[in-house]
Design a protein around this ligand. Structure first.
Ligand code: GLU
Length: 491
């Protein structure tokens, strides 16, 4: 195994956003491609945004997608556990570690205690806003001598710790997607590193953890790009080598706006619930902001690992296009292992009320053929009930084209013949179904479209649909007779 190590570091604020899954995927792909490791770390230092059960949910979503990690937080026997020797991997369990480095920054003069009240900071921000300035801490506490600050703390005053950024210093780093990025410290705030509750902020925790966990490449959303100079400066202050940075373009909707919950599905769970297959989601997400050199669009996770590189990640936002996702997913619907697809489809079919789980289990071979018959027409599992519905309940002819087919003069005779042939068999198994229309042709003397279309209309209600042989088999002897008789009597 190489020294390459990447991490996905989500905050447990509720669910895994589809854009987060793409970040995790790109981290995973690069780690695997280079024989490295992939770590899952939980960044829960913002206690106000913590949601119970969110960590388990994140892990479940990643597992569902097949993006497995080598180190970090896992669920074992229904409980959170850890693998790897750089733990703990949950930030709230690492407070002592952060404190040690915050103290070092203070002693070395790279950070200072700040006693400004929330009121003062609110006023300051408001004043700056009115003057049209970017809100920024004015550095009031920068000059407090360390000894005096320590006395104030001992006397019980509330404080935070801030980074003491040098004035007017250019900070430069390289980003694998954007190239060289330079930001002047005059444009950056004296970032809070440790909050009054003793928790570090994200900025402090992230650099300590990435360093101590041996992370070589930071791959994250571009919303973190403006924070990176602070991180680079912190690495410098602590005498550490900064990792490589890769900031990914934001996942946008078709209107080039950030994908947000208000406009529809954004969580991985939402997509799972709608019956997208993990392989389809992963394949499609890889293409949101990246493309392989050979232009291939359908790729397994292994193929993605083989082809992935950061130099083909685009600078501008990746557009999340549901039509394209459907197209990619439909490919997996067609090629999926039938047994597995049939299992995955069960909750969708039972929820529609068309079949119970018991009926499915008792007739599993029949059910598998049912799924196989319609999978071509479905983009996702959610579409299945709509395509199998015609096999259940009473036959209703609503389509004009079907009505026209059935209005032809030869149809009553044809249906008589069809009923006679079906009745002549003990049951309609696949073999019988295959030859059945030939038998009807021989008996009735009707051929081709004239034969197929009216029979199809009479037993399915439609003139188009799946293979005739499958419809005959799936409906079975009794339903075929019942439907054909009903239609014949209505003519
Ligand atoms: N906890 C941050 C997030 O949820 C991670 C940012 C990073 O990868 O550095 O977006």
């Amino acid at each position: 195994m190489s020294d390459i190590k990447l991490r996905f570091a989500p905050s447990p604020t509720g669910y895994l956003h589809i854009g987060g899954l793409r970040t995790a995927l790109y981290n995973y792909l690069f780690a695997k491609k280079n024989g490295g490791k992939f770590v899952l770390r939980i960044e829960d230092t913002d206690r106000t945004r913590y949601v119970e059960g969110a960590i388990e949910n994140l892990i479940e979503s990643l597992e569902w997608a097949g993006i497995t990690h080598d180190e970090g937080v896992v669920v074992k026997d229904g409980k959170l556990a850890e693998v790897g020797d750089c733990g703990p991997y949950i930030q709230s369990e690492r407070l002592d570690i952060y404190k040690k480095y915050v103290d070092k920054l203070i002693e070395d003069g790279h950070a200072y205690y700040c006693f400004c009240s929330k009121d003062r900071l609110d006023h300051l921000r408001e004043e700056q806003r009115i003057k049209g300035k970017v809100p920024k801490y004015d550095g009031l506490c920068r000059g407090i001598p360390l000894e005096e600050a320590k006395k104030r703390i001992a006397a019980g005053e509330d404080y935070v710790v801030r980074l003491k950024l040098p004035k007017n210093k250019d900070i430069t780093f390289n980003d694998a997607v954007r190239g060289k990025v330079t930001i002047n410290t005059d444009e950056i705030d004296d970032q809070v590193l440790m909050k009054s509750d003793g928790f570090p902020t994200y900025h402090m925790a992230v650099i300590v953890d990435d360093h101590l966990m041996g992370i070589t490449h930071i791959v994250r959303g571009e919303e973190w790009l403006p924070s990176t100079p602070k991180h680079v400066y912190l690495y410098e202050c602590l005498g550490w080598e900064a990792p490589e940075f890769v900031h990914l373009p934001t996942v946008l909707n078709k209107d080039r706006k950030k994908l947000s919950k208000r406009q529809g599905d954004v969580s991985v769970e939402d997509f799972k619930k709608r019956g997208y297959l993990p392989e389809g989601i992963v394949n499609y997400l890889a293409l949101v902001g990246w493309s392989p050199e050979d232009g291939e669009e359908i790729m397994s996770l292994d193929e993605l690992v083989e082809k992935f590189s950061f130099d083909r990640v685009g600078k501008s936002g990746g557009i999340f296009d549901t039509d394209k996702l459907n197209w990619v997913n439909s490919h997996y619907m067609k090629s999926y292992d039938l047994e597995k697809l049939a299992e995955l489809a069960i909750p969708f079919v039972t929820e529609s009320g068309l079949l119970s789980e018991e009926e499915i289990r008792d007739n599993f071979e029949w059910y598998k053929i049912l799924i196989d018959t319609v999978r071509e027409a479905c983009d996702k599992l959610e579409d299945i009930p709509g395509h199998i519905k015609f096999l259940f309940g009473d036959i209703e002819i609503t389509e004009d084209a079907a009505k026209e087919e059935l209005a032809q003069e030869h149809v009553p005779g044809l249906l008589d013949s069809f009923i006679k042939i079906v009745k002549s068999h003990d049951e309609i198994d696949m073999e019988t179904a295959k030859g059945l229309m030939k038998e009807v042709q021989k008996d009735s003397g009707v051929k081709g479209k004239q034969l197929y279309m009216p029979v199809r209309a009479a037993i399915s209600g439609n003139v188009h649909g799946p293979e005739m042989q499958n419809i005959l088999y799936l409906l079975g002897k009794d339903k075929l007779i019942e439907r054909a008789e009903k239609i014949k009597n209505s003519l």
